[in-house]
Write a protein that binds this ligand. Structure first.
Ligand SMILES: Cc1cc2nc3c(=O)[nH]c(=O)nc-3n(C[C@H](O)[C@H](O)[C@H](O)COP(=O)(O)O)c2cc1C
Length: 331
């Protein structure tokens, strides 16, 4: 009997397949279908900083109105912003409902950029029953005065503050565009990340030439987008006390196997589910089983990190040589 189990964020998973955040994971019906088809864990669609802050501002506005009409009312203002009975409550209610309906781990998702008051909401997600929390920080700096280290520090501060508010495991969904992703991975873990997703996939910048406006589109990937995921799983395997989740470009059993061999503990995907539906999970699982049987693997653990750079004396030289070889031996 094949052992497909793996451990991610300290959670024991029945296999390495995770549904990453998307509109699919905002629907209880889809989450149930994903579970029925064998998914091991689900990352819910994100709750955005802007949504929480909008509500904080609305409360402020409301309290200010009252305080203006009666200055003494100021003494009755709560010190802490109360989030209850607001729109974001729906997200908490979703977590509670999903947790009741399924047995697999449910990972909540917060999406924001700044170390501000909204971060307290992380605690609410934990209280609602989330088994872990994923944090997606996506910031596109446009100021030429903002130096790289300032952007990096903003990311690190946000992770550290979120960590202060929760005791459940924290997964940081990284992007691949830091000068040195390995250094950022290390600093995320030092700031409190228990796991890293490599990597988030940015939206696509586009232009609508009829409306004369720029726009961004959610990016549907293919297996060709797996490259950076594999590269960095292989580089970071066994380098940090955290789990690694391959994320972006996972479309097939082969992609999952490549990610595990590179050093990933789990593989998360969205595009393939949006294109082919929840049933694709069982197709991928069956194909993983078949491949392992054919190649006489008995467990995921056995193949984990087997082609990583963990035992390479000089990984940078190895990467440089492979790069040179690929260009010079093109046929
Ligand atoms: C339509 C759509 C919606 C998404 N929504 C979210 C989201 O709410 N939060 C988030 O962190 N990532 C979101 N993502 C990113 C996915 O979780 C995933 O990281 C990305 O699509 C790369 O994985 P893939 O190659 O399997 O598609 C979204 C992606 C798509 C295509």
């Amino acid at each position: 009997m094949m052992d497909l189990t793996t451990t991610f964020l300290g959670l024991k998973l029945r296999n390495p397949l995770i549904a990453s955040a998307s509109p699919l994971t905002g629907s209880l019906e889809s989450i149930k279908k994903l579970e029925d088809n064998g998914i091991a864990a689900v990352i819910m669609h994100s709750l955005f900083e802007e949504e929480i802050n909008h509500e904080i501002r609305q409360i402020d506005h409301f309290l200010q109105l009252h305080s203006n009409s009666n200055p003494e009312a100021l003494t009755y203002l709560p010190n802490e912003v109360e989030f209850d009975n607001l729109h974001s409550e729906h997200y908490l209610e979703e977590i509670r409902k999903v947790k009741e309906a399924v047995d697999i781990p449910i990972i909540a998702s917060l999406n924001g950029v700044s170390a501000g008051g909204w971060i307290k909401y992380a605690q609410k997600l934990q209280e609602a029953g989330a088994d872990a929390l994923e944090l997606n920080i996506t910031y596109i700096p446009t100021s030429m005065e903002m130096e790289g280290h300032m952007v990096e520090q903003m990311y690190i501060d946000t992770v550290a503050q979120v960590k202060e508010h929760i005791s459940i495991p924290l997964n940081v969904k990284m992007n691949a565009y830091f000068s040195n992703p390995a250094n950022m991975a290390k600093r995320f873990v030092e700031a409190g990340a228990d796991g890293l997703s490599l990597f988030d996939n940015p939206t696509r910048a586009d232009v609508d030439i009829e409306l004369l406006t720029s726009l961004q589109r959610a990016n549907i990937t293919t297996s060709a987008n797996l490259s950076e995921t594999l590269r960095w799983c292989a580089i970071l395997y066994q380098k940090l006390p955290c789990s690694l989740c391959a994320n972006t470009g996972i479309h097939s059993a082969e992609d999952v196997l490549k990610a595990i061999m590179s050093g990933a503990d789990a593989a998360a995907f969205t595009s393939v589910l949006l294109m082919k539906g929840e049933e694709e999970v069982s197709v991928i699982l069956n194909n993983i089983n078949d491949w392992m049987e054919k190649h006489e693997y008995v467990s995921i653990t056995q193949m984990k990190g087997s082609i990583s750079l963990a035992h390479t004396d000089n990984p940078s030289a190895y990467e440089r040589n492979s790069y040179r070889y690929a260009l010079q031996h093109y046929r």
